[in-house]
Write a protein that binds this ligand. Structure first.
Ligand code: C2E
Ligand code: MG
Ligand code: MG
Length: 293
């Protein structure tokens, strides 16, 4: 048995608040200590309470948005770098909030994961995307993002296949993007899910390659059809020789393994020229078009 402790501290003048209030503040501070995995006691401050309230409101908001169908797909073009021809689109979730407008996924995906609602959110977004794209040019593929926590759902493959059946979208036109971090939790389950997806003809992409705890052994863990080089390297290509060297090396390696590469985050013509010179064939980024609804 391993025992750990997190400590939250709150103090107040006797007249300032009731004992129950003081204990609640200490509790909030303790949660803060736990969240930051700090070995030191956390002292309550009013900002912690405001953050908690904001978080609670966001949680309510995500539940409401799911029930009211407010999550929609945006589409970002993926192009043949040499010809500029559009090969497919990446589906990126957006929350169309009635008063705040368009909200980006890093605000709501972590909350949906925390609440165990990411599966429903994903279903809502992917279903709309498949319906929208069903009658586009049949050569156009769609890439959808799957959260690490979804790869822990043993029904994931069945759920995706059901979406394809219900929307009439061909499996061959679908690419599922997973990040390396999803492979840490339960590689055997991930492998089982991926095997069923691939048996249907769905392709598998390794997203954000090079970010986080990458290792080349990850490439052998699952039968990836495609590697996406993280946009942090692309962004740095102009000013940093190491990033350029990494892109070039990954491209060469991938070619040797016979796995195509997509470069993310191409923002200007100079970057496009640079990655073209390295032999990259496919890419995406704001230079070709921002995600659109
Ligand atoms: P990602 O899959 O790596 O998606 C690429 C992100 O890079 C998108 O941000 C896109 O808008 C942004 N991006 C594309 N081109 C450029 C560029 O040239 N410059 C810059 N600075 N950024 C560029 P977004 O849409 O905010 O998505 C962020 C992340 O949220 C995605 O990263 C993906 O991991 C996750 N995500 C998005 N939609 C979904 C979804 O439906 N389900 C799940 N599970 N995750 C999603
Ligand atoms: Mg992606
Ligand atoms: Mg990515």
């Amino acid at each position: 048995v391993q025992v750990g402790a997190f400590i939250g501290v709150a103090s107040a003048e006797p007249a300032e608040c009731e004992l129950a209030d003081l204990l609640r503040r200490a509790d909030i501070a303790m949660d803060h200590a736990r969240g930051s995995r700090s070995a030191r006691p956390a002292w309550f401050d009013a900002g912690m309470e405001r953050a908690l309230v904001a978080h609670g409101e966001l949680e309510q908001g995500v539940r409401f948005a799911l029930d009211h169908d407010q999550f929609v797909p945006f589409f970002e073009p993926q192009v043949d770098l040499a010809t500029g021809e559009i090969k497919g689109f990446e589906v990126l979730a957006r929350w169309i909030h009635p008063s705040s407008g368009v909200i980006a996924p890093d605000r709501f995906i972590p909350i949906a994961e925390e609440l165990g609602l990411i599966g429903r959110l994903s279903d809502q977004v992917i279903r709309k995307a498949l319906l929208a794209a069903a009658d586009w040019d049949q050569a156009i593929s769609l890439s959808v993002n799957i959260s690490p926590s979804q790869l822990a759902d043993s029904w994931l493959a069945q759920k995706i296949v059901r979406l394809l059946t219900e929307t009439g979208f061909p499996a061959e036109r679908l690419v599922v993007e997973v990040t390396e971090s999803s492979l840490f939790a339960d590689l055997e389950l991930a492998r089982a899910i991926v095997t069923s997806l691939k048996a249907q003809g769905i392709r598998l992409a390794l997203d954000d390659f090079g970010s986080g705890f990458s290792s080349l052994s990850r490439l052998r863990a699952l039968p990836f059809d495609l590697i996406k080089i993280d946009r942090s390297f692309t962004a740095a290509i102009q000013r940093d020789r190491q990033s350029a060297a990494i892109i070039s090396a990954v491209t060469t390696l991938a070619r040797a393994l016979d796995v195509p590469v997509t470069v993310e985050g191409i923002e200007n013509a100079a970057t496009l020229d640079a990655v073209l010179a390295m032999g990259c064939r496919t890419g995406q980024g704001w230079y070709f078009g921002k995600p659109m609804g």
